[in-house]
Write a protein that binds this ligand. Structure first.
Ligand SMILES: Cc1cc2nc3c(=O)[nH]c(=O)nc-3n(C[C@H](O)[C@H](O)[C@H](O)COP(=O)(O)OP(=O)(O)OC[C@H]3O[C@@H](n4cnc5c(N)ncnc54)[C@H](O)[C@@H]3O)c2cc1C
Length: 500
C-alpha cells in the first residue's frame, strides 16, 4: 500500500491492538470510518494472552475483570460470549494475608482500606490491640483539606501505621505494583479519597455505600463475586472482538509504528516486525512503509506513544513520556494436588513488604476458576517485582522460578517439583499513577483536543482495569471524531455500535 492508493477521506489509523485500541476501532468502524488497526505482535489483545496446553489454562497477565463497571461484561455478552462467563468460585471468595509468618484471612468487610465491619477487625489476629483501637477511631480523624495525597500518607493518617503496613499496603500493591509513597490517591483510588471528603471518614463512607448497594454486597464474598473470567480463557474476548470488527470492515496490519507526522493528514511510518502471525489472526503484513489517515488514535503504552507523537506535538509527547512504568513477573506453577498441604481455600494470598519475602502475592488460579488445571492438579500464579523490586522483572526464568518455588514451598507447604512452570515477564508494563497524575492527564486531554482528529487512549490514563481501559479507548475515538475536520456522510444503515 502506498500513500497514493488510499481512499480519499474518512480514514482512521489506530496504533496498538490492546483492549483500548479495539475499543477505539469499534467506535470508528461503527461510525463509518475506514479503519486500520496496527500492532507489531500481529494479534489483538495486547497484554491479554492465554496459554492452553495439556489441560492447563494459564493467563499470562490479567485473569479476571470486574462486573461492577459495565464496559467489559456488556461487551462480552454482546459478542456472544455470555455463556463463557465464569464467576469466582464461592469457596474462594476471600483473600489471605501473611502476618508474622502466618496466613490469616483479610478481615471480612475490609475493602482495600475501608473498614466495613469493625467486629471482624477486632477478632482478627493480624493486628495488635492498639492497632485495632486505632482503626476503630478512624471515623474521628479529621478530613484533610489537601486535593491529593500518597497512598502511604493517606492510609497511615486515617488507619494508623500498623493497619497500613499489615493490610492496606499488601492489598493495594497487588493491584498497582506501586511505590505507596508515590501512588496518587486522587488518580488511583479516588473513591476512597471522596469517602473522606464527603462522608468524613472511610468507615462512614463505606457504611453509606453499603446501604446504597445490594445488601448482600456487604459481605466480602459477594464483592469477590463481581470478579469474572471466561471459561475458555480471557484472550477469547479480544480475539472474538477483533474477528467481529474485521467482519465489519476493520483492516489489521502487523507492523510497528515508528513515527507519525501531521500536516493536513497523518502520515504513519511503519516498520515491519520479524515474526508473521497473520495467518490465524487476520493481521496482514503491510504492503508499504507509509499510511495516510485523517484521524489517528494512539493506544500504545505511554512510552512508545510519546516517541511516535514527537513530531505531531512535542508537548504532548513530553507529558506522555513522563508517565512512569514498573515491571513485574508472573511465575505460573502447577502441582499434583497432594503435593500442596494448604487447602488453597481462597482467591490467593498477599504479602506485606515488611514480611521480607521475595514475592508480592500468590493467586490460587485453580481455586478461583474451574478448568485451569488438569484433574488432580492445582495451578497457582506467583507475582514478583513491582515498583519496589524493579530488578525482579529482569531476572532470568530460572532464577524467577527458583524464587517462586521456594516461597510456595515455605508458605503453602508445597513439596516436590512442579508439574508445570511458565514465566511471564512484564517489563515496564504497569503504568504508575504518581502524585500529579490527574493533573498530567488533564494536560494531556487539553493538548489532544488541540490536535485535529487525534485521540490517545490506554491504561496509562484513567484506570488500569479492563473496563476502564475499554472506556478510555471509546472516549479517544469520540474525541478524534469531534475534532476531525473530515466529515463523513451519514451512514445508510444504523450500525450495531458497541460504543453506546
Ligand atoms: C501482569 C498484568 C496483570 C493484570 N491483571 C489484570 C486483571 O486481573 N484484571 C484487570 O482488569 N486488569 C488487569 N491488568 C490490567 C489490564 O490488563 C491492562 O491495563 C489492559 O489490558 C491494557 O490495555 P491497553 O490497550 O491499554 O494496553 P496493552 O494491552 O499494553 O496494548 C498496547 C498495544 O500497543 C502495541 N504497541 C506498542 N508499541 C507499538 C508501536 N510502536 N506501534 C504499534 N503498536 C504498538 C503493543 O504491542 C500492544 O499490543 C493487568 C495487567 C498486567 C500487565
Amino acid at each position: 500500500m502506498s500513500s497514493t492508493d488510499q481512499s480519499p477521506s474518512g480514514r482512521c489509523v489506530v496504533v496498538g491492538a490492546g483492549l483500548a485500541g479495539l475499543a477505539a476501532a469499534d467506535v470508528m468502524v461503527s461510525e463509518g470510518w475506514q479503519t486500520t488497526l496496527i500492532d507489531p505482535v500481529g494479534r489483538a489483545g495486547g497484554v491479554i494472552e492465554t496459554i492452553r496446553e495439556d489441560g492447563w489454562l494459564i493467563e499470562r497477565s490479567a485473569d479476571s475483570f470486574l462486573t461492577s463497571k459495565p464496559e467489559a461484561v456488556e461487551l462480552v455478552e454482546r459478542l456472544g460470549l455470555g455463556a463463557d462467563v465464569l464467576p469466582l468460585r464461592p469457596t474462594s471468595r476471600r483473600a489471605l494475608v501473611l502476618g508474622r509468618g502466618e496466613l490469616y484471612p483479610v478481615p471480612a468487610g475490609f475493602r482495600l482500606m475501608a473498614p466495613g465491619q469493625l467486629a471482624s477487625i477486632l477478632r482478627s489476629p493480624l493486628l495488635s490491640p492498639l492497632a485495632k483501637l486505632r482503626v476503630c477511631l478512624e471515623r474521628f480523624v479529621p478530613a484533610s483539606t489537601a486535593d491529593d495525597e500518597s497512598l502511604e500518607s493517606f492510609a497511615i493518617r486515617r488507619l494508623g501505621r500498623e493497619a497500613y503496613e499489615r493490610l492496606v499496603q499488601p492489598l493495594v500493591s497487588g493491584i498497582w505494583t506501586a511505590d505507596p509513597t508515590k501512588l496518587s490517591m486522587a488518580a488511583a483510588l479516588p473513591d476512597f479519597l471522596s469517602m473522606e471528603k464527603q462522608a468524613g471518614s472511610l468507615r462512614t463512607g463505606e457504611l453509606k455505600r453499603l446501604k446504597s448497594v445490594d445488601r448482600n454486597e456487604g459481605t466480602a464474598g459477594a464483592r469477590y463475586g463481581q470478579f469474572v473470567t471466561l471459561a475458555s480463557g480471557l484472550d477469547t474476548f479480544p480475539r472474538r472482538w477483533c474477528e467481529h470488527l474485521q467482519q465489519r470492515g476493520l483492516s489489521c496490519l502487523q507492523a510497528r509504528v515508528d513515527r507519525v507526522d501531521h500536516v493536513d493528514t497523518y502520515r504513519v511510518q511503519l516498520a515491519p516486525t520479524p515474526t508473521e502471525r497473520s495467518a490465524d489472526t487476520g493481521f496482514a503484513q503491510p504492503g508499504a512503509s507509509l499510511l495516510e489517515a485523517d484521524t489517528l488514535i494512539v493506544s500504545t503504552p505511554a512510552t512508545p506513544a510519546a516517541a511516535l507523537l514527537q513530531q505531531v506535538c512535542p508537548a504532548l509527547s513530553a507529558e506522555l513520556g513522563s508517565i512512569a512504568y514498573a515491571g513485574s513477573a508472573i511465575v505460573s506453577l502447577g502441582f499434583p494436588r497432594e503435593a500442596v498441604r494448604h487447602p488453597l481455600n481462597a482467591a490467593g494470598l498477599v504479602i506485606p513488604r515488611q514480611e521480607g519475602r521475595s514475592i508480592l502475592a500468590i493467586s490460587f488460579s485453580s481455586s478461583k476458576f474451574p478448568g485451569r488445571a488438569p484433574e488432580g492438579h492445582v495451578l497457582m500464579r506467583v507475582f514478583l517485582g513491582g515498583a519496589l523490586d524493579p530488578q525482579a522483572a529482569t531476572l532470568n526464568d530460572e532464577t524467577l522460578s527458583e524464587r517462586a518455588i521456594g516461597e510456595v514451598a515455605d508458605l503453602l507447604g508445597v513439596t516436590g517439583t512442579p508439574s508445570l512452570i511458565r514465566v511471564a515477564r512484564w517489563e515496564g508494563a504497569m503504568p504508575q499513577y504518581h502524585l500529579g497524575h490527574r493533573e498530567r492527564v488533564a494536560r494531556i486531554r487539553q493538548l489532544v483536543e488541540g490536535i485535529p482528529g487525534c485521540g490517545v487512549a490506554g491504561a496509562a490514563l484513567n484506570g488500569v482495569g479492563i473496563p476502564q481501559v475499554i472506556a478510555s479507548g471509546r472516549e479517544s475515538a469520540r474525541q478524534a471524531i469531534t475534532s476531525s475536520s473530515c466529515r463523513l456522510l451519514p451512514r445508510a444503515l444504523p450500525s450495531p455500535s458497541s460504543s453506546s
